[in-house]
Design a protein around this ligand. Structure first.
Ligand code: UN1
Length: 480
């Protein structure tokens, strides 16, 4: 097999590439001898440099005006779409995401930039009478300032897009720390942003792992941090950023539940479960972990789900026919393996799932049956193709089980009953509710976020994004 030449990536600050010593590397998780990239790690000194560049770009970004900014965002969107095939191949190679998912995600990222090109022109305020005679009140949304953006590898272009695009749309500048697992994709996106016509320093990119993210969060010049990633990293971000009084938004994990009632269309329910639990190798924060099934159809459901999963093509993500690729890195493989071992030791019954080959990053889709809600499967997020079937008696028991969770990101219901769908809408404890749809797979123009341990701060995406990236100013005006 031919491998593209490996290269060492550079940070990007104030429009310049900033090389550093290569300290980390990322290998193709499906082909371990394929070295994708080496990368340097930013420390506090480079964070300071990037924050300074971002701070200096605030005035030019503002003075350039909203039309130029909107045009730049639209150009970024068009360029991402024009390079969608290259992005898809790179995403498949660097993170193991299937070509189909990678292409879909790239188009989603293009649409996000396009959406926020429009939002740039719709940052409207309010003006109304003051209670004081002769005076007026104006409410305007101003930029927060320099925004730190910390993004994961599982949506390596869409998540950066849905943080960076609204940040710019509402007049902020950015210091971005992408995951060390998806740095080549980040560098490619950074290249497009750098050539969009935005003032240099509007977006700066610092490479590295957790320590670089921690240095970013600690810097007093970062006015707000938007983070997507693990719960443990998220809670460290929250502590560091709130401790110095800055604004923070976190999207973390979920142990998302899908309820399958006895009156559900079995084919729809099986498709929802297969997609939610196993597509993208389960590496989505919205993935289905708990499949809560009514006793009356549970046996039939488990058989049908096993048959559906048997038909999934697992293999090299760069092949167009592949449905499920590997986990993104050896580290993820170790984590998921250890968690699944713990579930097995807890006495869970395996419906299907082979023992993984320790030589590679692939993990076979695994389903536990008759799962115990007091066990580890119901409590801890497993970021892999692993789910449990929890058997229940009727809607009320299903809902109670669903809501018995520290998390609350996405929740699903398969039913033909309008009454149960309505009750679910009102009583399911999650930020996103999916009725006869998989728990994963969200629109780019709708608010995204969860409850409890899943999220912190205002919603992302769609019109809701403005709340985090602006600060409200109320002006009282009287004739002098
Ligand atoms: C989706 O389900 O389409 O990291 C998006 C994640 C989420 C995004 C999920 N923040 O998986």
């Amino acid at each position: 097999e031919m491998h593209a030449t490996s290269l060492t990536l550079a940070h990007h600050i104030a429009g310049q590439d900033m090389p550093g010593p290569a300290e980390l590397e990322q290998r193709n998780p499906a082909v371990p001898d394929d070295l994708c990239v080496r990368l340097p790690q930013a420390g506090a000194d480079l964070v300071a440099h990037a924050v300074d560049a971002a701070r200096r770009a605030l005035a030019p970004l503002s003075l350039g005006g909203i039309e130029a900014r909107s045009d730049a965002l639209a150009r970024i969107g068009r360029q991402i779409a024009a390079e969608a095939d290259d992005f898809a191949l790179l995403i498949a190679r660097e993170t193991g995401k299937t070509l189909r998912d990678a292409r879909g995600e790239t188009i989603r990222a293009a649409r996000i930039f396009d959406f926020f090109a429009g939002e740039t022109l719709r940052n409207v305020g309010e003006r109304f009478d003051s209670t004081r005679l002769g005076a007026m009140v104006e409410v305007m949304q101003h930029p927060v300032g320099v925004v730190g953006v910390i993004t994961p590898w599982n949506f390596p272009i869409a998540i950066p897009a849905w943080k960076i695009a609204p940040a710019l749309a509402f007049g902020n500048t950015v210091v971005w720390k992408p995951s060390e697992v998806s740095s080549a994709i980040a560098a490619k996106l950074m290249g497009i942003v750098a050539h969009s016509g935005l003032p240099s320093g509007s977006v700066n990119m610092l490479l590295g792992a957790g320590a670089s993210g921690a240095a970013l969060c600690a810097h007093v010049g970062i006015d707000a941090v938007s983070f997507t990633g693990s719960e443990s990293a998220g809670s460290a971000v929250r502590q560091a950023v709130t401790a110095r009084g800055a604004r923070v938004q976190l999207e973390m994990g979920g142990v998302n539940g899908l309820i399958v009632l006895a009156d559900a269309d079995l084919d729809v329910a099986v498709e929802c479960a297969a997609n939610g639990a196993f597509f993208a190798a389960g590496q989505r924060c919205t993935a289905t972990s708990r499949i809560i099934v009514d006793h009356a159809i549970a046996d039939r459901f488990v058989v049908a789900l096993a048959q559906r999963v048997d038909r999934l093509a697992i293999g090299d993500p760069r092949q167009a026919a592949t449905d499920v690729g590997p986990l993104a890195s050896p580290r993820q493989k170790e984590r998921v393996s250890a968690q699944v071992d713990a579930v097995r030791r807890s006495g869970a019954i395996t419906a299907f799932g082979a023992v993984p080959d320790p030589q590679d990053c692939f993990f076979p889709p695994t389903l536990f049956d008759h799962a115990d809600h007091a066990g580890p499967l119901a409590r801890e997020e497993i970021f892999g193709p692993v789910a449990g079937v929890f058997r229940v008696d009727g809607f009320d028991e299903a809902l109670a089980l669903l809501n018995d969770s520290r998390h609350g990101l996405s929740a699903g219901l398969c039913t033909r009953s309008l009454r149960h769908a309505e009750a679910f809408k009102h009583h399911a404890r999650a930020g996103m509710l999916m009725i006869n749809l998989p728990t994963a797979g969200v629109d780019h123009h709708a608010p995204f976020g969860g409850m409890g341990a899943s999220s912190f701060g205002p919603r992302e995406q769609g019109r809701a994004a403005r709340a985090f990236y602006t600060t409200v100013r109320t002006t009282y005006l009287a004739a002098g």
